[in-house]
Design a protein around this ligand. Structure first.
Ligand SMILES: C[S@@+](CC[C@H](N)C(=O)[O-])C[C@H]1O[C@@H](n2cnc3c(N)ncnc32)[C@H](O)[C@@H]1O
Length: 269
């Protein structure tokens, strides 16, 4: 009996682990696939030099310094890494997308100060050394399962030197819930000869965005699933990790196109 129960239990455990692995793989592969040409096209109006300067000013206000080792993870096309490096930081930029990194590297040609770009998964940040500042900017947090997301926060904190600062620019779950209270947010745009339809909805703790792109190339449907936390959850998690100062700031001037739900979480190790 015991043995039967044990083997059923083991089989069930193996089955559920397999299912978990499949779901986790699916989560990350859909997320990565989302950052394709349609993604960058749909954000062309947002990711301007003005927006990058605006973001940079906020980062500098939060850090209160322009020197030291800084990790920008994920760094995307390096719009912040390059600027931070020119200001005096020694910057490591990590992203898993080789196309985004190629753009980032191309943009720093001829610069005297160079960002060290690394093609790597966010879940494998070990071995990069320690930092005075770690930034995760522009809704770049929450791509994984809850346990992996929490492990990533822990890694970010562990990479900080004493008194190092962690900045996470993300969306507040409770405010997003209010914004999406009356249903999904739908948006249509035409960019680069393509019609892009975006639909965002909150499913449990995750912001699910479905994007359909039609015309000028293959028709594509892509989905993004990002786990969100509330301001009080961020504070609790970071305090639990031993951070001494934890503040959550609503952005003074919500950036173009995004809802007022944008927050910047600041924590000092
Ligand atoms: C919203 S973009 C933001 C990039 C940058 N922080 C900025 O402010 O422009 C998110 C980036 O996360 C990267 N990404 C997604 N999953 C990743 C993973 N598992 N490991 C590393 N980078 C990842 C994507 O390639 C994309 O460049």
């Amino acid at each position: 009996m015991c043995e039967e129960g044990g083997s059923f239990g083991a089989a069930f455990f193996a089955f559920s682990m397999n299912m978990r692995n499949v779901m986790e793989m699916d989560l990350q592969s859909t997320e990565l696939a989302f950052f394709d040409e349609d993604y960058w096209l749909s954000h062309e109006d947002y990711l301007t030099a003005e927006q990058a300067d605006y973001d940079l000013a906020e980062i500098l206000r939060c850090l209160g310094a322009t020197t030291g080792r800084l990790l920008d993870a994920p760094c995307g096309t390096g719009r912040l890494s390059g600027r931070l490096s020119l200001l005096g930081f020694d910057v490591d930029g990590v992203d898993l997308d080789p196309r985004a990194l190629a753009v980032a590297k191309g943009q720093q040609q001829g610069f005297t100060r160079q960002v060290h770009y690394v093609e790597r998964d966010l879940r494998q940040l070990g071995g990069l050394g320690s930092y005075d500042a770690v930034i995760s900017w522009f809704n770049s947090f929450g791509y994984f399962t809850t346990s992996e997301n929490l492990a990533l926060v822990q890694t970010y904190v562990s990479l900080l030197r004493p008194r190092g600062v962690l900045l996470i620019n993300t969306l507040d779950k409770e405010v997003v819930a209010q914004v999406l209270d009356s249903g999904a947010l739908e948006e249509n745009m035409i960019v680069g000869g393509r019609q892009l339809s975006l639909r965002s909805e909150l499913v449990g703790t995750r912001l699910i965005t479905t994007r359909v792109g039609v015309g000028n190339g293959p028709d594509l449907e892509k989905r993004s699933s990002v786990e969100l936390f509330s301001s009080s959850e961020w504070t609790a998690v970071l305090r639990e990790l031993g951070c001494t100062e934890v503040t959550v700031m609503q952005r003074e001037q919500p950036s173009l196109g995004d809802p007022v739900a944008e927050i910047t979480v600041r924590a000092v190790r």
